[in-house]
Design a protein around this ligand. Structure first.
Ligand code: AMP
Length: 445
C-alpha cells in the first residue's frame, strides 16, 4: 500500500507565535495564499529568498509574517532597527505599514515609516526610538543614513519589495548603498513581479547570499483572471470620447484610468469631472497629504474613478477596482502588468481595456508577446476609429498598396555618379545572373 502525505495548507504548519496568530485571525486570513505557502517556511528558516510573485498575491504577508515571527521569538530590547522593508513608492510603503500594524496589533512591536514628503526632523526623532520594523522608500532613508540618523548595524532582515520597479525608477544605486550600510549577517528577501529586468542580476549578486528562487506565478498565469481588451483609437480627442462613453455605459464598482503624463492626467480629470463622472486624480506633483486624501476617498468609495500616472500602478491594493483603462498605453510590458494588476486582486475577476493609436501598435504587440496573450478587440459603439490596424503585409514583405518610389531623373543621376566615384580604379565585374545563380564574386587583382 502506498502512503500519501497530506500537505498542510493551513497557517498552523508555520507554528506562528500566538500574538501573530491573533493578528492573522483579525485580518481574517483563513489559509496561506500560494506565495505565502511557498515563502513563509524557508523565510522563517532564515534562507535568503528571490521571489517572483503576482501583485495582489498576498506577498506582503509572505514577508511580514516571517519577520514578525522572528522578532517575537527572539526578543532583543536593546537593538536598533531589526527589519527594514524597502518599497519603490510612498503609497506602497504606507500600505505595507498598514498591513504590518494590523499584524502586530497584539504585540509590542513598533513600525516606522520613512518616506519622502514628511519632515526630516520628525523622521530623525522617529528613528531615535528604534522601531523594530522600518518601512521606507530608498531616497529618504539614504539621506538619513548620510545624516547618521539611521542605524542599520543590528539589522536582521532586509526586504526589497517590487525590486524591478525600484530598478526601473533608477533607484538601484540608492538601494545598493543602503544594503551596504546594513548588517552583513542579515537575511535578505527580494520580491519582484519579473526577475529579468536589466540590472537585476547585479543587485541580486550584491544583496543576496545563496538565495532560494521561488517563481510562484508565470507572467501569463498572473493575468489569467483578467479580461484584457483593446480599443483602436485615432487621437487624444477620440480617446477622451471613448473613455467617457465606456465609463458611462459599463458597470463597475471602481475604475482606475492610467495616463502617461501628469498634465494628461490633470486634463482628463477636468474632462471627466465636466462630464459629471465622480473622479479623483493622483500624480507625483501632488503633496503627500493630498495624495493620501485622494486614496482615502477612493478606498471608501467616495470616488468611483481615479485618474492616475504610474505612481498608482505598483502594489496598491484597493478593494473593488473592477476596471483598469490604459488611456495611454503603458510604456513597457512590465508597467502594463503592474497597471492591470490593480484589478483582479486576490484571485477576483477584473477587466483591462487599452487604447491603441497607430503609434502604439508595435508597443501593443510587444506587450502581447511578453504576456503571451492576445488582447480581445472591442469597439465603443458609435465611436469607431478610422485606424483599423496596420495595413496587411504582402508575402513579398511589402505593405499592400505601397509602390516603390520612382527616383526622378536628377536623383537617379546623382546615385549613378556616386557609385561610379566609389568604383574608380576597380575592374568592372561581370555579373552572371543566369540559372538563378548568385552573382559571381569579383576577383581581386
Ligand atoms: P498583497 O499582494 O500583499 O498586496 O495582498 C493582496 C490582498 O490579499 C490584500 O488585500 C491582503 O490583505 C489579502 N491577503 C493576503 N494574504 C491573504 C490570505 N492568506 N487570505 C486572504 N487574503 C489575503
Amino acid at each position: 500500500m502506498t502512503e500519501t502525505t497530506e500537505i498542510d495548507t493551513s497557517f498552523e504548519q508555520f507554528s506562528l507565535h500566538p500574538r501573530l496568530t491573533k493578528g492573522v485571525e483579525r485580518l481574517n486570513y483563513k489559509k496561506p495564499t500560494p506565495v505565502q505557502q511557498q515563502a513563509i517556511g524557508p523565510a522563517i528558516a532564515g534562507t535568503d529568498l528571490l521571489v517572483c510573485a503576482e501583485t495582489g498575491s498576498g506577498k506582503t504577508a509572505a514577508f511580514l509574517l516571517p519577520i514578525i515571527q522572528k522578532l517575537l521569538l527572539d526578543e532583543a530590547p536593546n537593538s536598533s532597527t531589526r527589519a527594514l522593508i524597502m518599497a519603490p513608492t510612498r503609497e506602497l510603503a504606507r500600505q505595507i505599514v498598514k498591513n504590518a500594524k494590523m499584524l502586530t496589533q497584539y504585540s509590542h512591536l513598533e513600525i516606522g515609516q520613512i518616506t519622502g514628503g514628511d519632515q526630516l526632523k520628525y523622521q530623525k526623532a522617529l528613528l531615535r526610538k528604534n522601531p523594530e520594523i522600518v518601512v521606507s522608500t530608498p531616497g529618504r532613508l539614504l539621506e538619513l543614513i548620510q545624516h547618521n540618523a539611521a542605524d542599520l548595524s543590528d539589522l536582521e532582515v532586509l526586504v526589497l519589495d517590487e525590486a524591478d520597479r525600484m530598478l526601473d525608477m533608477g533607484l538601484s544605486e540608492d538601494v545598493l548603498k543602503i544594503a551596504e550600510a546594513c548588517n552583513k549577517d542579515r537575511q535578505t528577501m527580494l520580491f519582484s513581479a519579473t526577475l529579468n529586468p536589466r540590472g537585476m542580476a547585479s543587485v541580486i549578486d550584491k544583496v543576496l547570499r545563496d538565495p532560494q528562487t521561488l517563481e510562484v506565478n508565470s507572467v501569463r498565469e498572473q493575468q489569467q483572471h483578467i479580461v484584457q481588451q483593446r480599443v483602436l483609437v485615432d487621437d487624444s480627442e477620440h480617446k477622451s470620447k471613448c473613455l467617457a462613453a465606456i465609463l458611462d455605459k459599463e458597470t463597475f464598482h471602481k475604475a482606475l484610468v492610467f495616463a502617461n503624463t501628469r498634465s494628461q492626467v490633470q486634463k482628463l480629470y477636468g474632462y471627466l469631472h465636466y462630464k459629471g463622472i465622480n473622479t479623483g486624480v493622483l500624480h507625483g506633483d501632488m503633496g503627500q497629504d493630498e495624495r493620501n486624501h485622494v486614496m482615502y476617498r477612493y478606498r471608501r468609495d467616495q470616488i468611483q474613478v481615479l485618474v492616475a500616472t504610474d505612481v498608482a500602478a505598483r502594489g496598491l491594493d484597493v478593494d473593488g477596482v473592477e476596471l483598469v483603462i490604459n488611456f495611454d498605453l503603458a510604456r513597457n510590458p512590465e508597467d502594463y502588468i503592474h497597471r492591470i494588476g490593480r484589478t483582479g486582486r486576490a484571485g477576483k475577476g477584473g477587466r483591462a481595456i487599452s487604447f491603441v493609436t497607430p503609434y502604439d501598435w508595435n508597443l501593443m504587440i510587444r506587450i502581447e508577446n511578453f504576456i503571451n496573450t492576445k488582447f480581445e478587440a472591442i469597439n465603443v459603439s458609435g465611436l469607431q476609429a478610422r485606424f483599423k490596424g496596420p495595413k496587411k503585409i504582402k508575402s513579398s514583405g511589402k505593405v499592400a498598396g505601397t509602390k516603390k518610389k520612382k527616383l526622378d531623373k536628377k536623383e537617379a543621376k546623382g546615385k549613378n555618379r556616386l557609385r561610379d566615384k566609389k568604383n574608380i580604379g576597380k575592374p568592372k565585374a561581370k555579373i552572371n545572373l543566369g540559372d538563378g545563380m548568385a552573382p559571381a564574386p569579383i576577383k581581386k587583382t
